[in-house]
Design a protein around this ligand. Structure first.
Ligand SMILES: Nc1ncnc2c1ncn2[C@@H]1O[C@H](COP(=O)(O)OP(=O)(O)O)[C@@H](O)[C@H]1O
Ligand SMILES: [Mg+2]
Length: 248
């Protein structure tokens, strides 16, 4: 495919009088790692919610993989090849790391767990689970119940669960939020090591993580794209410094 993987055009989302998104246009190329930054309330999470179909648009259009997705329900959008890791935990705490990943792999779409998959599919789901565990640094924790993992490891597993559905686009909303410096570094290494085939859209407030990871950065401010460009250009932009980096 030669076009963008994700295309948002004039996306508007209102909450009463609040313009959470006020005409956002952006394109994310296949294999790209794109960071979304901006002050609290800028509309970052709302942008994820409209992309994944959790919230309808007030106006505009979103295309994924060359086809319109705006108006589709979240599970239909997920089946097109998107997956989202939530800030709040989304794990089965009594089940092992392996089982959490295997169920996600068998479902092929988040929230659509298929508990009685045919054996052949089960085997390949197991292979995917072990591959993903290695990708998120949990290969030595496969038999551990998710509920017994450390906070940082649970966050790694959440990303693994999102990854196990084999998405084309992975959306991560503040994956290092609430983490210690050590956990943040570990997460940054994990993200940098993810397969390039997975296009990444990441909301992140830790600028070291953003600048080490992102190919391009989009700065949202009051629901509008303030600046977009490669990390060095964004970092050097006076407007970005004024509204965000200067206060971060
Ligand atoms: N479900 C909602 N109902 C009403 N207002 C909302 C809702 N979600 C977000 N908002 C408002 O939209 C704006 C953008 O919020 P949000 O997308 O969460 O920002 P960010 O993730 O950048 O901090 C804020 O003013 C917020 O209060
Ligand atoms: Mg947010």
């Amino acid at each position: 495919m030669s076009g963008p993987l994700l295309r948002c055009e004039g996306v508007v989302r209102r909450f009463g009088a609040v313009m959470a998104l006020n005409g956002v246009t952006l394109e994310v190329a296949p294999r790209e790692r794109r960071a979304i930054i901006g002050p609290n309330g800028a509309g970052k999470t709302t942008l994820f919610n409209v992309i994944t179909g959790e919230l309808p648009l007030s106006a505009g259009r979103i295309e994924f993989d060359g086809r319109p997705i705006s108006g589709l329900p979240p599970d239909a959008i997920a089946r097109r090849g998107t997956s989202r890791s939530f800030q709040r935990t989304n794990l089965f705490s009594a089940l092992s790391v392996r089982e959490n990943l295997r169920l996600a792999a068998a479902a092929g779409a988040p929230g659509n767990y298929r508990l009685f998959a045919p054996p052949a599919r089960l085997r390949s789901s197991l292979a995917v689970a072990e591959e993903v565990a290695a990708a998120v640094g949990l290969e030595r924790r496969l038999d551990e119940p998710a509920g017994r993992l450390s906070h940082g490891e649970q966050r790694q597993l959440e990303i693994g669960v999102a990854l196990a559905t084999r998405p084309k686009l992975l959306l991560l909303d503040e994956p290092t939020a609430g983490m210690s410096p050590d956990e943040t570094q570990q997460m940054a290494r994990l993200l940098a090591g993810l397969p390039r085939a997975v296009t990444l859209l990441i909301i992140e407030h830790d600028m070291d993580v953003v600048f080490a990871l992102a190919d391009r950065v989009t700065v949202l401010h009051y629901g509008e794209v303030l600046v977009e460009g490669p990390p060095e250009a964004v970092r050097a932009d006076a407007r970005v410094y004024e509204v965000y980096l200067g206060t971060a």
